[in-house]
Design a binder for this molecule. Structure first.
Ligand SMILES: CC(C)(COP(=O)(O)OP(=O)(O)OC[C@H]1O[C@@H](n2cnc3c(N)ncnc32)[C@H](O)[C@@H]1OP(=O)(O)O)[C@@H](O)C(=O)NCCC(=O)NCCS
Length: 187
């Protein structure tokens, strides 16, 4: 499956983070650093992202590799009017045989509460379904109200709750995960 390097939405542009430059890594790291206390609650990689170099190596390894081998399509999100970097959305875990994938996302604290993620999910899923996907999953911690609200507002169906399916990286306790999905005919 192929995905476009740029997806234009109403107020946003979703872009492949390419070419990888130190300037881009700086821009992304600044947003992560600013929102660290919020993001770290739900995203285990945040505490491990301590420097611009960490962000750079994430771009080179995870992002570039996924795009190259088509196993996933991570995008950065920019505001169309100012070009400001506000977060990231990833169409990941592509399964060509099952025609399925999963969407993960985060926003900088400064961009929360404006409907940007709802818009980004809609733009990305529309492209994914148009390019052959049949099922897209959004998974989240059952306690992550904002993420749960994104999935519900975007019209995803709660397939079920996976009880004690992982160990929370902060509390070290077992926690439950939601599996939401949308099928092509539900777009
Ligand atoms: C999850 C996350 C992306 C959700 O961000 P969000 O801003 O709440 O979601 P949206 O961008 O869809 O915006 C919805 C909010 O904008 C408001 N809004 C304002 N203008 C809007 C518009 N034009 N259209 C839609 N919603 C709008 C909505 O009312 C809603 O606010 P509310 O929840 O306070 O009622 C964000 O909280 C985040 O990055 N969290 C940390 C990382 C994380 O948990 N990632 C997911 C891991 S599974």
């Amino acid at each position: 499956m192929e995905m476009p390097e740029k997806i234009i939405a109403n107020r946003l542009i979703l872009e492949r983070p390419y070419p990888v430059t130190f300037k881009l890594a700086e821009e992304m790291f600044a947003a992560v650093d600013l929102s660290r206390q919020t993001l770290r609650l739900w995203l285990p990689w945040v505490d491990a992202t301590k420097t611009v170099e960490d962000e750079f190596s994430f771009l080179v390894t995870y992002c570039s590799d996924n795009w190259k081998n088509k196993s996933g399509f991570p995008y950065i999100i920019r505001k169309k009017d100012t070009n400001e970097f506000i977060g990231s959305i990833d169409l990941m875990k592509i399964n060509e045989e099952r025609k399925s994938g999963e969407i993960g996302y985060w926003l900088s604290d400064t961009a929360v509460g404006a409907g940007y993620m709802q818009e980004a999910v809609h733009a990305l899923e529309t492209e994914g379904f148009a390019r052959g996907l049949n099922r897209i999953v959004i998974g989240n911690d059952t306690r992550n109200t904002r993420s749960v609200n994104v999935a519900m507002r975007c019209g995803y169906h709660l397939d079920g709750v996976m009880r004690q399916d992982r160990i929370d990286h902060i509390s070290q306790q077992f926690v439950d995960s939601n599996v939401f999905s949308k099928l092509k005919f539900e777009l």
